[in-house]
Design a protein around this ligand. Structure first.
Ligand code: C2O
Ligand code: CU
Ligand code: CU
Length: 481
């Protein structure tokens, strides 16, 4: 394709092309971030996903849900209850069977994001489940307690299916974690944060432009557990929030509206070794945060908000706005007996790495048959093995975004890793990176090293979890054998 035709295909007018700015820099200067709508108050009670009943069938299907208004619209989910899916809970060591039925009119599958399980169960795009077909996912859960999640994983359609509602939580529990006596019951609340865009009929819209395939598909409403402008009632004590950034591309800079401290006790792969006391937390797509908030200094009738503050350095379309996400309404006093543990759970030391691999993250012109977002100059090819790893080996993988303009939350299947270093950009290891991780935010100018031991045989994926980048082909295969 000639350059001018390529630019026209991206929606540039001939005049814009004639200004002489290079293609990429003109993209970078275009603000494609829709503002988060400030219309309406936080007066809808937060929905809480139901709990998965053991051995019931997870059905990917269309059902109805109320999203923006009182009237119901068609959405996707895992079951009859509207958007999202039930929260699955498993004990460390448990063997679990999850019958799945595809009631969609298109292919789908399930990936168990964060779980370290055999490749045949991991939801590779090779393993699609046809309409009306079913599959029994079965595996044992042999990893620390933590918040994981599940979602479809087909090449080129993950963004659409996730955006329209297919996601759910998978919580691993353990005795070690229970012994910490963290807030539980009504004081343990899951929060799936997702920004979405809507059609005029109230259904969820997914129509990224070529530009948004580069910058990410951002929404103009922020839903929590599928609830627009939600509130949750709390008492004057400690609460544990199990938070997933289930958004396609949006990074949140989480903070409390009264500027109070909050306490990070866990991230993707489990509990941190120590409590991290924070005022704000940069929180990228697919990351999880286990957060304690203390409401004991508030009075009945007071409200504070979980919000996202402005930030810089994450590309031009991210961080342009401060907005509220969820209102905490204090409704009763209580005497809380929770004591913050001084240490949490120890983090296992990894063996020394026997190999280092580089993953260069770039954006460029579309190759024939491929996308614009690349890893090591390549876009995804389902049958090509890009890296071969020896079972049992410990390696360092370096994600290099030193020449990029967009943030990339990089995710590796089949492992939990530890973040070893970050150079350039933010130049340090972040609070949530002090424990087990499966997704790490690699901002523009940054190089990030992660280290892990490969314990599962077979074909797995490494990819960017900006879902438009992933669908565009920013994903490689690696095989462990
Ligand atoms: Cu959450 Cu490969 O994905
Ligand atoms: Cu994953
Ligand atoms: Cu990316």
């Amino acid at each position: 394709m000639k350059r001018i035709d390529f630019l026209k295909s991206l929606g540039f007018s001939t005049i814009a092309i004639a200004t002489g700015e290079s293609f990429l820099s003109s993209c970078m200067h275009m603000d494609v971030s829709p503002d988060i709508s400030s219309v309406g108050d936080f007066i809808t009670i937060l929905k809480i996903p139901s709990e998965y009943a053991l051995s019931s069938v997870l059905k990917a299907q269309t059902s109805q849900d109320t999203l923006l208004s009182k009237s119901k619209v068609n959405v996707l989910g895992y079951g009859e209850n509207g958007l999202l899916g039930p929260t699955i809970k498993a004990q460390k060591g448990q063997y679990i069977s999850l019958p799945f039925q595809n009631n969609l009119a298109e292919d789908t599958n399930i990936h168990w994001h964060g779980l370290v399980i055999p490749a045949e169960m991991d939801g590779h795009p090779d393993h699609m489940i046809k309409p009306n077909a079913n599959f029994d996912f079965q595996f044992s859960v042999n990893q620390p307690a933590g918040l994981n999640w599940y979602h479809p994983h087909m090449h080129q359609h993950t963004g659409e299916q996730v955006t329209k509602g297919l996601s759910g939580l998978f919580i691993v529990e353990s005795r070690e974690e229970k012994a910490l006596n963290l807030p539980r019951g009504s004081h343990e609340i899951p929060l799936i944060i997702q920004d979405k865009r809507f059609n005029t009929d109230g259904t969820i819209r997914h129509n990224p432009s070529r530009m948004e395939v580069m910058s990410g598909y951002l929404g103009d409403h922020v839903l929590v557990n599928g609830t627009n402008k939600p509130f949750v009632e709390v008492a004057t004590g400690f609460y544990r929030f199990r938070v997933l950034n289930g958004s396609s591309a949006r990074i949140y800079n989480l903070a409390l509206s009264n500027n109070a401290d909050f306490y990070l006790i866990g991230s993707d792969g489990g509990i941190l070794p120590q409590v991290e006391t924070l005022k704000s937390l940069m929180f990228a797509p697919a990351e999880r945060a286990d957060i304690l908030i203390d409401f004991s200094n508030l009075k009945v009738g007071e409200k504070i908000y979980l919000k996202s503050e402005k930030f810089n350095g994450m590309g031009n379309s991210q961080g342009t706005q401060t907005f509220d996400i969820l209102s905490f309404n204090v409704i009763k006093t209580e005497t809380d007996t929770f004591k913050m543990p001084s240490v949490l759970l120890p983090l296992d030391k990894l063996s020394a790495a026997s190999k280092t691999r580089q993953f260069k993250l770039t954006m460029g012109m579309m190759a024939m048959g491929g996308g614009m977002n690349k890893i090591n100059g390549k876009t995804f090819e389902a049958s090509r093995i890009d890296e071969t790893v020896n079972l049992g080996n410990t390696e360092i993988w370096e994600f290099d975004n030193s020449t990029g303009n967009e943030p990339h939350p990089m995710h590796i299947h089949g492992v939990q890793f530890q973040v070893k270093s970050r150079s350039g950009g933010r130049n340090s290891i972040m609070a949530q990176e002090k424990g087990w991780k499966d997704t790490v935010l690699v901002a523009p100018n940054e190089k990030v090293k992660v280290q892990m031991t490969f314990t599962q045989k077979g074909k797995f994926l490494v990819h960017c979890h900006n879902l438009e980048h992933e669908d565009d082909g920013m994903m490689l295969n690696f095989e462990v054998n």
